[in-house]
Design a binder for this molecule. Structure first.
Ligand code: NAD
Length: 232
């Protein structure tokens, strides 16, 4: 049976690279994004605002109708949020927590029964280095990403005997649109802070996701794997 994958935030950046790589590995891939198109001819596209949590039951139905079952679920959609902790507008915070943390958890809750039924499934959350270490001026973003790591660790223990693996991937600085607001000077500093002397690419992260999605990582669950060029 052809393996299936759902990738959230597949229109650009890391999610796009993940969807592209999984398609090249002959998965049937559905990609969710706020906006279409996703520029991958074989991708099954679904447009949805995942920060609108009330939409999620309908999103889950549409996903299961299109794919039938889900082998690999990649929670990638996310936004950043910069500013002093006490100065972030409430509306922005609500969107941040809804998209980065509540949506992956809720969508998992909705899709898990179909995985449990088949005694098979693989859930991968894209967290962040800031979820591991915390970041000044990105406190709430750090909380959402740290929350994903805790989610992965707890759920992996609950569903391991049901044949389902759950892992997180924590990228350092990856060259995508999300990094544009940081500016050239900050990006240079972040580059200098890596042991490898370069920032990551979306494909660097996609290759790790592909490994975690594959049977080659069959004995890995409940882990958070850092991919950051060896941040010093
Ligand atoms: P990006 O901004 O390039 O892409 C984000 C994707 O999420 C897009 O496809 C966008 O359409 C989608 N998206 C945004 N809001 C959405 C919404 N409300 N509903 C549905 N989809 C929505 O970002 P990226 O750099 O590729 O980041 C992808 C993930 O990796 C994010 O969770 C981010 O926090 C994480 N991450 C990125 C970096 C980095 O350096 N780029 C580092 C660590 C973690």
């Amino acid at each position: 049976m052809q393996k299936t994958a759902l990738v959230t935030g597949a229109s650009r950046g890391i999610g796009h690279a993940v969807a592209k790589l999984l398609l090249s590995e002959h998965y049937r891939v559905m990609g969710i994004s706020r906006t279409l198109p996703m520029n991958l001819p074989d991708l099954i596209p679904l447009s949805a605002d995942l920060s609108d949590l009330e939409q999620l039951p309908q999103v889950a139905d549409e996903v299961l109708n299109a794919l039938g079952h889900i082998d690999v679920l990649v929670h990638n959609a996310g936004i950043s949020c910069h500013g002093l902790f006490q100065e972030i507008p409430e509306k922005k915070l609500q969107k941040l927590y809804a998209l980065n943390l509540a949506a992956p958890i809720q969508l998992t809750r909705l899709l898990l029964p179909s995985m449990l039924q088949r005694h098979k499934g693989n859930i991968i959350c894209i967290s962040s280095i800031w979820g591991e270490t915390g970041a000044s001026c990105e406190v709430d973003y750090s909380v959402t990403k740290g929350g994903l790591i805790a989610f992965v660790k707890g759920l992996a223990k609950e569903v391991g005997l049901s044949g389902i693996r759950v892992n997180a991937v924590s990228p350092g600085t990856i060259c995508t649109d999300m990094m544009i607001p940081l500016g050239a000077e900050t990006l240079k500093t972040l580059t200098d802070e890596t042991a490898l002397g370069r920032l990551g690419t979306a494909m660097d992260v996609a290759q790790l996701v592909s490994f975690l999605a594959s049977d080659q990582s069959d004995y890995i669950t409940g882990q958070n794997i850092s991919i950051n060029g060896g941040v010093i």
